[in-house]
Write a protein that binds this ligand. Structure first.
Ligand code: NAP
Length: 304
């Protein structure tokens, strides 16, 4: 697309919904995606809290349907990362040229946070993973650990418990942050062992992960748990490096906005996990995408 009126950065549920609404409002809409359409949701097996499905829906089928819907309404998806945002006039730079739209919707999402332990980067892909759906099958019938106490950690521990012989769920507190329904299911699984009030303090293994060292937050006691895999779900960091310095961010790098999802830069709106928010769900991302697109539409029609 040569002259998009709206550039959406990110093709997760927020960006794809923004694409549907923007294209249906009559705007030439280009969605830029750095990796694979679908966003973080595509890394999870099933979704059971997105309205409209009685039974859990396969996550990738849900996001593929959103993608197909955006494309059917005329939005174009281009696989390239946004590299920089400039203002006066608005320009989105990519490694494959730049675009000068009337409005930009930031829907660039988040990526997994690392534990920042020595050896973690070297062992990534050699036992340390951030995506159970992508890598879980490599650990069929083996013992693995999951670290984290949020929805992601509990959902993925349940998924892995269906593949692996045993899952150690390591969480730094005694209470979970995840929704109660997930905790109830985790506690009911006899091959998930809870390792509460412990942190992962070291990774063992040179060529491949062989064990994790855990440390009690109550008495400082340390012990090794032999595992073939460690799945890290300790939260996320926003993809905002490409617009840092132009767009106002909070201390953690999430985009600040008003209740119309407008950022500090006229014509730039934000949607989904990348913005400051109290709740990050597919349902909230989809709502954001719709609102951001309609606010962009109002902005553009006021321009012309
Ligand atoms: P999250 O809710 O931020 O949870 C991160 C977890 O990691 C917390 O339990 C936190 O412990 C722990 N943690 C953080 N830093 C740590 C560290 N350095 N060492 C050990 N543990 C650490 O992240 P998330 O689970 O990825 O979820 C992100 C968002 O997506 C949430 O809004 C969540 O509701 C949503 N989500 C929803 C679903 C669903 O609805 N099924 C599925 C996945 C994600 P503390 O609890 O002690 O802070």
């Amino acid at each position: 697309m040569d002259n998009p009126e709206v550039v959406v950065v990110g093709a997760g549920p927020a960006g794809l919904t923004a694409g549907i609404y923007s294209a249906r409002a009559g705007h030439a809409t280009l969605i830029l995606e750095r990796a694979m359409p679908g966003g973080q949701v595509a890394n999870t097996p099933e979704v059971e809290n997105y309205p409209g499905f009685v039974e859990p829906v396969v996550a990738v089928e849900l996001t593929q349907a959103m993608q197909g819907q955006a494309e059917r309404h005329g939005a174009e998806i281009k696989l390239v990362a946004a590299a920089a945002l400039r203002t006066d006039p608005l320009v989105v730079e990519t490694s494959d040229g730049s675009h000068r739209p009337d409005a930009v919707i930031i829907a660039s999402g988040v990526r997994s946070k690392e534990l920042d332990l020595p050896g973690e980067k070297k062992l990534r892909g050699r036992g340390v993973s951030y995506c159970a759906v992508c890598d879980g099958a490599f650990f069929k019938g083996r013992e693995v650990a999951v670290v984290g106490g949020g929805d992601s950690a509990l959902d993925e521990a349940l998924y892995l418990a269906g593949i692996c012989s045993k899952v150690y769920l390591i969480h730094r507190r005694d209470e979970f942050r995840a929704v109660k329904a997930a905790e109830v299911r985790v506690r009911a699984r006899n091959n998930i062992e809870l390792v509460l009030s412990h942190v992962v303090s070291a990774l063992r293994g040179t060529g491949r992960l062989e064990a994790v060292e855990v440390e009690s937050r109550k008495d400082g006691a340390k012990r090794d748990i032999p595992v073939a895999g460690l799945f890290v779900y300790v939260g996320s960091v926003p993809h905002t490096d490409w617009c840092r310095g132009v767009i106002e961010l909070d201390d953690a790098g999430f985009v600040l906005c008003n209740d119309r999802l407008a950022t500090n830069v006229p014509g730039v709106f934000v949607a989904g996990d990348v913005r400051v928010s109290r709740l990050r769900q597919i349902a909230t991302a989809v709502g954001d995408g719709a609102l951001a697109a309609m606010m962009a539409h109002e902005y553009i029609t006021g321009l012309h």
